[in-house]
Design a protein around this ligand. Structure first.
Ligand code: NAP
Length: 281
């Protein structure tokens, strides 16, 4: 293997320690620990696992975490009243609305209800708009974690050609915006992109968030390129795999994130960073 491994697990550990000392200082200043509220409409098993991991992380770094669980058949109005209460609760600095919501709930309307200053997931259109304008915003955690990895490994971005595969509001689009802010020249690819290979081979940076195992193969990668794989897919044998053919691409790329242990572990720690930023406002 020739590529440097961008070790998100190790970096996330380091950032956790930094977050913990920032929270200690912040708590002393504001007279209480920063508070996160996780709003969860019950029924999604993966979501329940994620909520437990957030609770554990908050406890480890000294943040307060309150889970507000609503029944699976909760009405839209019940969810929105819950969000309204948290918006005005002085001890709640950040609100994380667990997605996906059940089909009977309007996700966009629920997200719109969150006070954008408490939107630690960076999903509110005001934060997306601020990010698109290159202004300070609460940025979605997964792309923020990818950028932090690139920054810590001192990967040059200015003037580099970057491709982002995926255009979701939570990963692909904000990643593209962050790369633009870092002065990269960015191409966004999606399921209607005619041929990924010629686009990717032009690029020194390739970020993949499609949820399609094996989508990016070694022949698509320019020798020495940096590859960030956000994909999280469960393979037939139950193992976790990304969107990139890791073994083959690592022979061509200059640096690559593994799955697991790359972009994934960075996400939660970036949530804590957003919580600190929201509490400081
Ligand atoms: P999503 O909302 O399903 O979006 C997937 C994007 O990929 C869409 O824009 C889609 O294009 C594009 N796409 C799908 N098939 C493609 C193909 N064959 N060629 C090119 N583009 C294709 O997913 P998401 O929420 O952004 O998540 C993407 C991946 O990241 C998933 O594996 C997810 O599990 C992972 N993820 C990881 C973390 C983490 O590490 N903590 C967090 C969030 C997500 P269209 O727009 O045309 O449909």
């Amino acid at each position: 293997m020739t590529a440097i491994i961008l070790d998100g697990r190790a970096l996330a550990q380091e950032l956790r320690a930094a977050a913990q000392s920032n929270i200690t200082a912040l708590s002393a200043r504001i007279g209480r620990a920063p508070g996160l509220a996780v709003v969860q409409v019950l029924g999604d098993a993966a979501s329940a696992r994620y909520v437990r991991s957030i609770e554990k992380l908050c406890a480890a770094v000294g943040a307060r975490c309150r889970v507000v669980a609503l029944p699976a058949d909760a009405a839209q109005v019940q969810l929105e009243v819950t969000i309204d209460e948290l918006n005005v609760d002085p001890e709640t600095d950040g609100i994380l609305l667990q997605l996906p919501l059940p089909a009977h709930i309007g996700t966009d309307a629920a997200i719109m209800r969150i006070d954008h200053r408490k939107d630690v997931d960076g999903v509110h259109p005001i934060n997306a708009g601020l990010l698109a304008q290159g202004r300070p915003a609460l940025v979605p955690n997964t792309p923020a974690g990818g950028m932090e990895l690139l920054r810590r490994y001192e990967i040059p971005l200015r003037g580099r050609r970057a491709a982002v595969i995926g255009r979701s509001a939570i990963v692909g689009r904000p990643m593209a915006q962050l790369l633009i802010q870092a002065d990269a020249t960015v191409t966004v690819c999606h399921s209607r992109t005619a041929d990924l290979g010629p686009v990717l081979r032009e690029c020194e940076i390739v970020c993949v968030a499609a949820g399609r195992p094996g989508l990016v193969t070694a022949d698509m990668i320019r020798p020495g390129a940096v590859v960030v794989d956000f994909g999280t897919n469960v393979a037939a044998d139950g193992s976790l795999v990304g969107d990139v053919d890791f073994a083959a691409v690592a022979e061509v790329a200059g640096a690559i994130t593994p799955v697991p242990g790359g972009a994934g572990p960075m996400t939660n720690v970036m949530l804590i960073r957003n919580l600190i930023a929201a509490a400081q406002q």
